[in-house]
Design a protein around this ligand. Structure first.
Ligand code: ZN
Length: 157
C-alpha cells in the first residue's frame, strides 16, 4: 500500500468538520443578501431547504415563486458557499421580476461579476458547482459508512 499522505500534515488538519451544524434560517439570509446586493429584500419568492435535491445546489421555481436550496449539498460546505448559492438564485429572481429573464445570459453574468467583485464570492452559471465541490472533497469510509469531507481534492487510487 502506498502512503500518499504528506508527512508534515497531520490527519486532523485535512479533515474538515462540516461547518454548518444546524440549518441556518434561509429567509433572514435572503433578506440580508438581497438588501446588500439588490437594494431590496426580493421577498416575492420564498426560500426553503430541500432534502431531496442531491445534485443541484439551488433551484428557482418561477411559477411557484419558490427557491429551493439543497440541504444534503450545503450542509457539507461553508456559509460563504451557501451565500453564493443563494445569491445565484437571487440573480435569477431579480432578472425574472425585472425582465422576465430566467437565463444565464449576459444580464446574469454581469450581475454575477458585480456581486463577485463586491463580496468576494465565486458565483458561476452552474447549478451543480457546489455538488461537484462536495464530491471532490468527500469520501465514504467503507467500514462505518460515514462521509468525511477533506480540505483537499480526493484522489482515488
Ligand atoms: Zn442559475
Amino acid at each position: 500500500m502506498v502512503n500518499t499522505r504528506s508527512s508534515r500534515a497531520p490527519l486532523e488538519a485535512e479533515i474538515a468538520v462540516p461547518p454548518i451544524a444546524v440549518r441556518p434560517g434561509l429567509q433572514a439570509l435572503r433578506d440580508r443578501l438581497a438588501l446588500t446586493y439588490f437594494g431590496c429584500r426580493l421577498r416575492a419568492f420564498d426560500i426553503v431547504w430541500e432534502n431531496a435535491m442531491v445534485s443541484t445546489s439551488g433551484r428557482t421555481f418561477y411559477r411557484r415563486r419558490l427557491i429551493k436550496i439543497s440541504w444534503p449539498i450545503l450542509r457539507a460546505l461553508g456559509s460563504r458557499e451557501l451565500e453564493a448559492v443563494i445569491l445565484h438564485e437571487l440573480i435569477h429572481v431579480h432578472l425574472y421580476l425585472e425582465h422576465g429573464d430566467g437565463s444565464h445570459g449576459s444580464r446574469f453574468r454581469a450581475h454575477a461579476r458585480r456581486i463577485n467583485r463586491l463580496g468576494g464570492y465565486n458565483i458561476g452559471v452552474h447549478h451543480d458547482a457546489a455538488h461537484q465541490v462536495v464530491q471532490r472533497h468527500s469520501w465514504r469510509c467503507t467500514g462505518c459508512g460515514m462521509v468525511i469531507h477533506t480540505s483537499r481534492d480526493v484522489v482515488t487510487i
